[in-house]
Ligand binder design. Sequence first.
Ligand SMILES: NC(=O)c1ccc[n+]([C@@H]2O[C@H](COP(=O)([O-])OP(=O)(O)OC[C@H]3O[C@@H](n4cnc5c(N)ncnc54)[C@H](OP(=O)(O)O)[C@@H]3O)[C@@H](O)[C@H]2O)c1
Length: 192
Amino acid sequence: MSAHRSWQGKVFIATSLDGYIARVDGDIAWLTDPPPNAGHAKPHAGQPVIPGYEEHLASVDHLVMGRGTYEKVLTFGFWPYPQQQVIVLSRTLATDDSRVTVATSTEEALTLLAERGSTAVYVDGGKVIQDWLRRGLIDDIVLTRAPVLLGRGIPLFGPLDTDVHLIHLATTFNDTGMTSSHYRVAVPTGIG
Ligand SMILES: NC(=O)c1ccc[n+]([C@@H]2O[C@H](COP(=O)([O-])OP(=O)(O)OC[C@H]3O[C@@H](n4cnc5c(N)ncnc54)[C@H](OP(=O)(O)O)[C@@H]3O)[C@@H](O)[C@H]2O)c1
């Protein structure tokens, strides 16, 4: 965590083995509703069992997500964050959804988090994660990989101004074929 903020930035996300968080059109059914012949399908019939998710969610007081992710969450048919305050980053979204606060810039989101005394933030959405990694706002990453290759899609990671070094804490797997790796982002040393 930076000396300049009170909260930890936490990523908890699932990708295909080739690193995509969604298909190009935003579809994530390969993750949430895999076909019967998929390695991760059998044990959890329609529900993505991502190891550690409940504990992760219970550990955060805020989510900051991009509009793309928010719009996907709205299709779930239930609101998955009853205990957390949710900030949606968007320059275009007009909504009267009282469950979220829209921030039009990262700076606005950071002000809200500081005003509200946040201690832990779940950062979600490919574009937002890439931007917040570049800004040094991510401290902790749990990356779960589903045993599927998509070939194309929305990538989790993207260009960086400097290398981001990670400390591997643990890798777990379960009988769904999902592997979860937990990393702490190393404090930058000034060496790229
Ligand atoms: N596999 C998983 O575990 C997982 C997890 C999360 C999401 N997803 C999937 O990923 C897809 C969405 O990811 P994504 O990378 O396309 O989008 P995203 O990061 O969720 O949202 C991108 C949008 O957020 C807004 N935004 C981002 N940074 C901003 C900033 N600094 N200031 C103001 N607005 C900002 C912009 O909205 P405006 O255009 O409105 O300005 C931008 O177009 C969805 O399909 C979702 O289902 C998958």
